[in-house]
Design a protein around this ligand. Structure first.
Ligand code: ADP
Ligand code: MG
Length: 254
């Protein structure tokens, strides 16, 4: 199987702080990659680099057939912008809090991007949005406004909205960490469901037990690099001491 995602030598500094110092990984299509690491280790920066919300200083980012070598990006502005658009179109992003448009209904939130940005037919986008709402367990709520939904339901709409743009990869940045504890399970259940349907997922999460169940690949980020990598066994039987210490802290807190 050829890799759907390829990241090589990713570097990013903020001021004089070098957050990413050469991050490398690949991910195959239909797999779940869990990214974890201490606060401030650059997990969000990795996801934002994949979505080009952040422009890396160096390194290669490829998703499917779209790639940018940030070490030598296109010199022509128009070509660079086009490359960014192409790369961005291949991933969808789910944030800690959902960022739904408050004055649009659930359905309005789901079809806005497909219709306005992608120029898709309203009826097709609506039918596709309804199927996605069904998938996240919110069939029948299309006319609700975000404020009328619980935090867990809002986050499930956020996931459906990201999927409505038909990305090849879904990037989820601590999708449950802003939720009340009793709402976490319903969102994790939706993510599990996507994993079982062979979506390609890249998730930052501290829900270690959940991560053990769904992860095909685990990347532990520390000191600006992937300090340990492997399958789900990284979460049960880590080799590196810093991974062991981190997991002990997270499991203690949970
Ligand atoms: P994580 O998600 O692992 O907690 P982040 O990727 O959010 O880490 O951030 C890594 C480091 O980079 C942190 O020290 C953070 O303060 C810094 N950082 C992130 N984004 C910015 C930014 N836009 N400007 C300045 N510093 C930033
Ligand atoms: Mg973060």
């Amino acid at each position: 199987m050829t890799d759907l995602i390829e990241v090589r030598g990713l570097e990013k500094s903020f001021g004089d702080q070098q957050v990413l110092q050469g991050v490398d990984f690949t991910a195959a299509s239909g797999t779940v990659t869990v990214l974890l690491g201490p606060s401030g280790s650059g997990k969000t920066t990795v996801l934002r680099s994949l979505n080009v919300l952040e422009a890396p200083d160096a390194g290669l980012v490829r998703i499917s057939d779209a790639s940018i070598d940030f070490t030598a990006p296109p010199t022509e502005k128009a070509a660079y912008r086009q490359a960014i658009r192409a790369l961005r179109a291949r991933s969808g992003m789910v944030f800690q809090s959902h960022n739904l448009f408050p004055h649009r209904t659930v359905l309005g939130n789901l079809i806005e991007g497909p219709v306005q940005v992608q120029g898709r037919d309203v009826e097709e986008a609506t039918a596709s949005a309804r199927a996605l709402l069904d998938q996240v367990g919110l069939a029948g709520r299309e006319d609700a406004y975000p404020s009328q939904l619980s935090g867990g339901q809002q986050q499930r709409v956020g996931i459906a909205r990201a999927l409505a743009l038909k990305p090849e990869v879904l990037l989820l940045d601590e999708p449950t960490s802003a939720l009340d504890p009793e709402l976490v399970g319903e969102v994790l259940a939706v993510i599990r469901d996507l994993a079982s349907e062979n979506w390609t997922l890249m998730i930052v999460t501290h829900e270690v037990r959940f991560a053990r169940d769904v992860a095909d690949q685990v990347l532990f980020l520390d000191g600006g690099v992937v300090a340990e990598r492997g399958g789900a066994e990284v979460l049960t039987d880590p080799r590196e001491e810093r991974t062991q210490r981190f997991l002990a802290r997270v499991l203690d807190a949970g």
